[in-house]
Design a binder for this molecule. Structure first.
Ligand code: MLT
Length: 340
């Protein structure tokens, strides 16, 4: 098993819990907060970042990379918590119902845009139930196989899957996960019906891939780059139009004869009606984290450079989410995939 990261961001200063206020002072503070739109003294306590997939996966990796510098910028501790289930929709539903006070923040990805089509009974509406903080990264995906899996190239993979449809297994992180979307695109491009094995995140899926318990998957470079470079998995293709500087020997899907491209994007969310001052404070901390040299280098080395400052904004985030909901709806409907 791969080592799991510590669940606590440790680079922020020690959090001092809010002290008990006297009645008069408390009332005055409340009035002041109301005048300031409710976010005037934000933040004054620990913040929880919710990751909608297991620890050790790509969403978790990106979250933990930015949590430290964001904590430093905000002056409070940030705790990262993994709330797995239903392709990331359990966590999103939970955060949608949290107090809109900026103390519970959701990290989510492209799955925010596919879930409304996949789930007819989704417990939240992505564009209405959240305030967007800003985009974080855009991450290419990679098709990779287990060490003992027979195919060595994408062409061989497609032929092998076709010849062994009943036995070949494809790992994903549940309906609504990026890996599920990538598998769906593979099915559409090849006309093959995959046997999918769902996990709570691609962290545990990668563990099973490395152990030859599952045959292949499509996962973000933030998760696969190190294993590809170490020769621990078989790389088949990157899902981008151009080859990646970080994995220059891996062909693109187009070069490998597959009509399929997808890039995963990540963003931060808080519940709808969170005061503007709180959104602004979180956004400023996000921008600072993305400009942190160490964070930028680590993300870039994993094939996922931070977005530019103009895209790390609530507006750019909202616009992309709205576009992506419309982009993926007809593709998912045409494929006939639902979570129901
Ligand atoms: C996905 O497939 O959506 C992600 O890789 C899930 C994760 O971050 O584990």
């Amino acid at each position: 098993m791969r080592e799991r990261p510590d669940t606590r961001s440790d680079s922020g200063p020690t959090h001092a819990r809010r002290t008990r206020l006297g009645a008069t002072f408390a009332a005055a503070a409340l009035i002041l907060a109301a005048c300031q739109g409710g976010g005037g003294d934000y933040p004054n306590q620990e913040i929880t970042f919710i990751v909608p997939f297991s620890a050790g996966g790509p969403t978790d990796t990106v979250t933990r990379l930015i949590a430290g510098p964001m904590a430093e910028e905000l002056g409070v501790e940030i705790v990262v918590q993994n709330v797995e289930g239903a392709g990331g929709t359990v966590a999103a539903g939970q955060v949608a119902n949290e107090e809109p006070d900026g103390y519970t923040v959701l990290m989510h990805h492209i799955g925010m845009s596919t879930a409304p089509t996949l789930y007819s009974d989704l417990a939240y509406e992505p564009l209405e139930d959240f305030e967007m903080i800003g985009l974080v990264t855009e991450v290419p995906m990679t098709f990779v196989g287990s060490p003992d899996f027979e195919p060595n190239t994408m062409e061989e993979l497609v032929d092998y899957v076709e010849a062994n449809l009943d036995t070949v297994t494809y790992a994903n992180a549940g309906i609504g996960a990026a890996s599920q979307l990538c598998g769906l695109l593979f099915e559409t491009a090849t006309g093959l019906d995959l046997t999918e094995v769902p996990y709570d995140g691609t962290g545990p899926a990668m563990d099973d891939l490395l152990g030859n318990q599952v045959d292949f998957m499509c996962d973000q470079t933030t998760s696969t780059t190190d294993d590809i470079l170490a020769g621990a998995v078989k790389p088949y293709a990157v899902t981008t139009a151009e080859r990646l500087d970080t994995l220059p020997d891996i062909p693109t899907t187009e070069e490998a004869g597959l009509d399929l491209q997808v890039t995963v994007w990540h963003g931060l969310y808080v519940p709808a009606d969170t005061p503007q001052e709180v959104v602004d404070a979180l956004n400023a901390a996000l921008v600072a984290a993305l400009q942190n040299e160490d964070v930028a280098t680590q993300l870039t080395d994993l094939g996922a450079p931070p977005v530019t400052e103009d895209r790390a904004t609530p507006d750019a985030h909202r616009t992309l989410l709205a576009e992506q909901i419309e982009l993926w709806r007809p593709i998912i409907e045409a494929a006939g995939v639902t979570a129901d």
